[in-house]
Write a new protein. Structure first.
Length: 270
């Protein structure tokens, strides 16, 4: 029996009439158009392409240029992708590479331990579930990609704090007061004691701290620059993933997390 855990979604609706571009999405439509072909676009061309008034298009293009998403050729006055758009493309490519490398390792780990395997990305907005491989145990816990936790309320967050750089820790400690269950650690002194212990042993657990009846065991995944960038976790019913967790499952998790770190370019030892 699978227990789905829903992602956090917005209930906002777009009231724009069918066939018209939402004002909120217009800047994205402009960026998509610029990326549709090689070369540059003039304001008139873009306005005709999107079927919009030239003045409206020009206003949004000016904002996108000022923010670095577009650049304007000083001679032709036409628009091309800017530095910020190029950086976003590189990040998307990097994220795709992470999933390409991680998924076969996650499947192997799932087959070895029989638990759901969760890859999460660490951001300044929290721990975000990126990829999930269901475990196939009698009671599976399935987290939807996009589900987000704060750094105090999940095993993934604690292991992130344990291996964070000073810069990361400064930002992430703004997100250590989320309460999800009665077991969630809200006392900051207790949290930092646990984080120190996680640093020594190399992995963290959070029995029933994120969801009732659920345990998670997490290990850090490091990127090329040496910063902890992701976490790899076992997630399951506390009946099948107790606290403390079976040593063989912890060993398999830590080994896979280290292997994934190496695959992503981190020069660590296994």
């Amino acid at each position: 029996m699978a227990i789905p855990v829903p992602a956090l979604v917005s209930d906002a609706t777009d009231q724009t009439p069918s066939g018209e571009i939402s004002p909120t999405l217009l800047p994205l439509a402009l960026l998509e158009a610029v990326l549709e072909r090689e070369g540059s676009w003039g304001v008139t061309e873009l306005a005709e392409h999107l079927g919009l008034p030239k003045a409206r298009v020009h206003r949004h293009l000016a904002n996108l240029r000022a923010a670095g998403y577009l650049t304007q050729n000083s001679s032709t006055r036409k628009y091309e992708p800017g530095w910020r758009l190029l950086v976003l493309g590189q990040r998307i490519d990097s994220g795709s590479r992470v999933l390409t490398v991680a998924r076969p390792l996650m499947v192997d780990l799932r087959d070895e331990v029989g638990q759901t395997i969760v890859l999460s990305t660490l951001t300044d907005s929290g721990v975000t579930v990126t990829e999930v491989v269901p475990g196939g145990s009698p009671i599976d816990v399935i987290l939807n990609p996009g589900t987000r936790f704060h750094y105090n309320s999940a095993a993934q967050g604690k292991v992130a704090l344990a291996f964070a750089t000073d810069r990361q820790r400064t930002v992430w400690t703004r997100l250590i007061s989320e309460k999800r269950t009665s077991e969630t650690v809200l006392d900051h002194a207790v949290l930092w004691e646990q984080v120190a212990a996680v640093r020594k042993r190399g992995w963290s657990s959070a029995p029933e701290e994120t969801f009732r009846g659920v345990n998670a065991v997490a290990a850090p995944v490091f990127g090329t620059g040496g910063e902890v960038a992701h976490t790899l976790a076992l997630v399951g019913s506390i009946h099948f993933l107790p606290d403390p967790p079976p040593p063989e499952q912890v060993d398999a998790l830590v080994h896979t997390a280290r292997r994934l770190s190496r695959e992503l370019g981190h020069p660590g030892r296994d």
